[in-house]
Design a protein around this ligand. Structure first.
Ligand SMILES: [Zn+2]
Ligand SMILES: [Zn+2]
Length: 130
């Protein structure tokens, strides 16, 4: 992969924090930073960075969100109301998954576990309203 100046800028942005980014968010963050970059370039750049395993992708409702590739393994909770993405890691769940795979002689390459629902903030806001 060619690490163009634009791809370097995308990678630097993602590596700066623990956030999960979608392409639109990256475009506006880079534009705010004074960098002219279009959505198509960002899409292509993200695809290349994912293929090179320099970022990790997370599929939500058919759209990809990207995060740093060097984070420790974790799974996600996604709020369908506000789009918030939280992270968790449960040793018990990890172990169970391994046991299931071993029992089936299945060689796991990786896994992604996502819980969908309503985050705490959205739940308490809805309660306050009713
Ligand atoms: Zn929420
Ligand atoms: Zn994450």
């Amino acid at each position: 992969m060619r690490l163009t100046q634009q791809r370097t800028a995308i990678l630097r942005l993602i590596n700066q924090s623990d956030r999960h980014w979608d392409a639109e968010g990256i475009v506006s963050a880079l534009n705010r930073d004074g960098q002219r970059i279009g959505i198509a370039t960002v899409y292509r750049g993200l695809q290349a960075l994912e293929q090179a395993e320099l970022v990790t992708a997370l599929q939500i409702d058919g759209r990809k969100h990207y995060e740093r590739a060097d984070k420790a393994h974790h799974d996600h909770l996604i709020c369908l109301h506000c789009g918030a993405i939280e992270e968790f890691c449960s040793e018990e769940i990890e172990k169970l998954q391994q046991q299931i795979a071993v029992a089936r002689s299945f060689a796991v390459s990786h896994h992604a576990l996502t819980l969908y629902g309503r985050c705490q903030r959205c739940s308490s806001r809805d309660e306050a309203r009713s």
